[in-house]
Write a protein that binds this ligand. Structure first.
Ligand code: SIN
Length: 310
């Protein structure tokens, strides 16, 4: 089975990429995963200064999903360049750094320094974190701000720029088009959906930050709809993210236009999930007579009416 896929300028061994925030900078999963079997990895988002993150509890399990209000804890860009990026750069897969700024200047400074140091094959611009007060989703919820930050990062980056979008907007297609207009090479869709959980007996929130972002299988149909809309709105490649836990899930996202997918929450509950999902995807493709992953791309035929099979 030919699993290779091209994500714009990035050539991937297969379409499965480990999502940001679910494996640190690589060493946390070194005993569980053979990175050379993955399409790529995206490091935990880094910020210009070290951050402690949000008050605990930071996660809460819900029906078919996880709420998180992590708040981008990390050691800051200096530590990332000293420790995180050198480790990441040794992994035998496509290595992607992730940045989140409070201002355009912060995004630009981090992108420039990562690009100049080398070791990352691409940079994901996280304009979609729902758990921080400054920056975060504020950029990704506004089309002109999305275009502005994308253009500024693109101008200082020697590697492909990936823009990660939030689904917490009225029209994600407009935001995706703004990222493309700013020069994005690739879109990631989507980050988590804003949600909350409460304990009714004592009438208190379950998360220290009160609200958080929902991920996991509960959001898969929502993410799939967003990815379809994004794929119809831009000409650049799209990475699908949201609730993928099986090989069939991957192929559903590819069918509606994602050239690759990111796996996140599944790895938190099952550290070897990516290898299982890859085997399932191969078995699914084989069973349905496909000889390559790319044959599954963009085949969606809504005009033919609803399916009678599953
Ligand atoms: C977080 O650290 O709060 C999660 C990262 C994100 O949602 O972008």
């Amino acid at each position: 089975m030919d699993l290779h896929t091209a994500l714009g300028p990035l050539q991937l061994r297969n379409p499965l990429i480990m999502a940001s925030g679910t494996f640190g900078y690589g060493w946390e999963f070194r005993d569980f995963l053979d990175y050379s079997r993955l399409g790529g990895v995206i490091a935990k988002t880094v910020t210009i200064r070290p951050r402690k993150g949000n008050p605990p509890p930071r996660t809460c399990e819900t029906a078919c999903g996880v709420l998180n209000s992590i708040g981008l804890p990390n050691g800051g860009i200096d530590e990332f360049l000293r420790v995180g990026l050198p480790y990441l750069s040794r992994l035998d897969t496509c290595r992607i750094a992730s940045i989140a700024g409070e201002t355009v200047d912060e995004f630009v400074e981090m992108a420039r320094r990562i690009s100049n140091q080398g070791g990352a094959d691409a940079i994901e611009v996280n304009i979609s974190c729902p758990n921080v007060k400054k920056g975060g989703m504020a950029f990704g919820a506004d089309a002109p701000a999305t275009e502005q930050v994308t253009r500024a990062v693109r101008a200082v980056c020697a590697v492909p720029v990936i823009v990660k979008l939030t689904p917490n907007v009225t029209s994600i297609g407009e935001i995706a088009a703004a990222a493309q207009a700013g020069g994005a090479d690739i879109i990631s869709a989507v980050n988590t959906f804003l949600g909350m959980a409460v304990s009714w007996p004592d009438a208190r929130p379950m998360l220290g930050n009160i609200v958080g972002g929902l991920s996991g299988p509960a959001i898969k149909p929502l993410a799939l709809r967003n990815v379809w809309e994004v794929a119809r709105s831009v000409d650049i490649p799209v990475m699908g993210v949201g609730g993928i836990v099986t090989g069939a899930d991957v192929l559903e996202f590819m069918t509606v236009g994602a050239r690759a997918v990111q796996i996140g929450t599944a790895s938190l509950v099952e550290p070897t999930a990516m290898e299982r999902i890859l085997s399932e995807m191969v078995a699914e493709l084989d069973e349905h007579g496909f000889s390559s992953a790319e044959q599954a791309l963009g085949r969606f035929k809504p005009s033919q009416g609803p399916s009678c099979c599953r």
